[in-house]
Design a protein around this ligand. Structure first.
Ligand code: B1M
Length: 216
């Protein structure tokens, strides 16, 4: 039953039917499925298939846009559910997060932000296409001890290093850990640019954030 619901959600995203994605998500919540299970086993696989179809030339940009809208609407249903399960942890810190300059991919970044908030972090989500100075200014204002930089394009990954350099220049690098992620980002890239950590997905990001903040 639950596998059928999750497959239905995946299929609706691939078919580009946001209403069905939202309806399926609501049904899955009502059936008692954990929000994280719905995200990881229903929504994320759907977006992955859409991405593969786009890469192979079967789908075009409008397909990406419609499916992304379905995912966004489904996330709006799940966010309150995730927050309702929020666990307050003493060690949680203050995070400034955003997608770097030139990059408008928001779904993965928002998922990481939601998961961090759901796990007791104070999250300042700057959105997408965030200029380097935007990160630096908010870190200073919020007294953040962690910055999360998302990049989905090979052409925008470099922006992660630009933020790290700017934090250094502003004299803030000592007070803040930097976590990077996004589909093309690897641990090697994180090491090369002097980030403090890399996470492959939103669950790993929460774990990494907790460890990094404990070290500030
Ligand atoms: Co774009 N896009 N896109 N796109 N898009 C990709 C990334 C691409 C891989 C598709 C492909 O060719 N197969 C490709 C990039 C190729 C490359 O650079 N190597 C691509 C391209 C080329 C483009 C455009 C250039 C297309 C064009 O205009 N010709 C354009 C660029 C626009 C820009 O940013 N300037 C573009 C536009 C778009 C849309 C606007 C249509 C839409 C985004 C809508 C939105 O976000 N509101 C879109 C989408 C939806 C995708 C794919 C299909 C899906 C991305 C997604 O949301 N995945 C994507 C294909 C793919 O990734 N397979 C693709 C679901 C999400 C949950 O996963 O974002 O990976 P993800 O996040 C994960 C992890 O990466 C990680 O945790 C998340 C949760 O598990 N993570 C972090 C992410 N950030 C993290 C930060 C962390 C830690 C972990 O710490 C801070």
């Amino acid at each position: 039953m639950s596998n059928g619901l999750l497959a239905q959600i995946t299929d609706s995203l691939v078919a580009g039917d946001p209403d069905a994605t939202v309806a399926g998500t609501r049904q899955a919540v009502a059936a008692g499925l954990e929000p994280l299970t719905i995200i990881e086993n229903g929504l994320v696989p759907g977006m992955r298939i859409v991405g593969d179809k786009y890469a192979s030339g079967e789908y075009f940009l409008p397909n990406l846009i419609v499916s992304a809208s379905g995912m966004k609407q489904a996330m709006a249903v799940l966010e309150p559910e995730l927050k309702a399960r929020r666990q307050h942890r003493k060690s949680a810190g203050t995070v400034v997060i955003g997608t770097v300059r030139g990059d408008i991919h928001e779904i993965g970044k928002s998922l990481v932000a939601t998961m961090l908030a759901a796990n007791g972090f104070e999250v300042h989500d700057l959105g997408v296409d965030v200029p380097v100075d935007g990160f630096v200014a908010r870190v200073r204002e919020a007294g953040a001890n962690l910055v999360g930089l998302s990049a989905l394009l090979t052409t925008t990954m470099r922006g992660q290093k630009d933020v790290i350099d700017a934090l250094e220049k502003a004299g803030l690098r000592g007070q803040v850990k930097v976590m990077v992620g996004g589909a093309p980002v690897t641990k090697k890239w994180a090491d090369d640019i002097g980030a403090d950590g890399w996470a492959q997905d939103a669950v790993a990001a929460v774990d990494l954030a907790s460890r990094l903040v404990a070290r500030v």
